[in-house]
Design a protein around this ligand. Sequence first.
Ligand SMILES: Cc1ncc(COP(=O)(O)O)c(C=O)c1O
Length: 309
Amino acid sequence: MEVQEISPRLINKAKRLSVQVGNTPVVRIRHLVSKKNVELWVKQEWLQLSGSVKCRAAYRIFLDALEKGELNEHKTLLDATSGNTGIAYAAIGSLLGIRVALYLPENASRERKQILTSLGAEIIYTSKYEGTDGAQQAAKELALSNPDKYFYADQYKNDNNWKAHYYTTAVELFNDLPHMTHFVTGLGTTGTFVGTGRRLKQFNPDIQLISFQPDSALHGLEGWKHLETAIVPGIYDPLLADKNIEVSTEEAYEILRAAAKHEGLRLSPSSAANIAGALKIIKEIDEGVVVTVLPDNADKYSEVIKKIL
Ligand SMILES: Cc1ncc(COP(=O)(O)O)c(C=O)c1O
């Protein structure tokens, strides 16, 4: 990638945004867990800039590119994402005065398109039949043919994605819950699982790392990937998980309803799926402290959630 001008002013402005990234609260789930000696704790990741866990990765991707001179006010950050990463890029881009262009499959929800457009992102549509893999390919081709105009963020291969969790999510969780026995979460770009898991294993090698995947290629767990049938993200580390289990969309929907009714939580499908997966692990153990992250809440999913609740 061609190195252009580095702007200390822009880097300082970006650094000042750090107070809005991460440091989210962890709360205990009590009503859905019936075992006396097992605790379930969840990190409420929607309580930061842009309303999701992806703020962490997007912020680190921006900051690193600014510090290396790969991105500045004269270039556009480009990536393929129909979801939270795009919203995070758009929010950070709007705060820093940097243009953001996103490739989206044309079937991304109306709600999602509206949020991205309102934050000033440019949207380029790809075929719904090619899904996020098709959007990724198209973004890569455009970036390669216009290196002076675009900085290709490439969240699936960018090490800043998993490093964001290595340096923040894992540290916050271990400070809050030093006695944790299991860290569990679903796989999308895999940044959350890989970065958090890698660091937690260094803090305490006895912590069990369990990753979740949807049970089929056609699923309703937005943000998750079915790795057997998708392009495997470059940052994925297949040797990290102690165990990998499947969670179905129906299991997630059931927890989404139960969490609203008994825990006061309005969850997104993938956050509900993380709790559903955690409860499967809890069934197998007699004691322990199980921890997961809730990537976002119900706010961006009203079209889906009105059919579930
Ligand atoms: C709603 C939601 N859940 C889960 C994930 C998975 O997180 P990761 O990409 O870190 O694997 C994402 C990622 O975009 C997401 O947006």
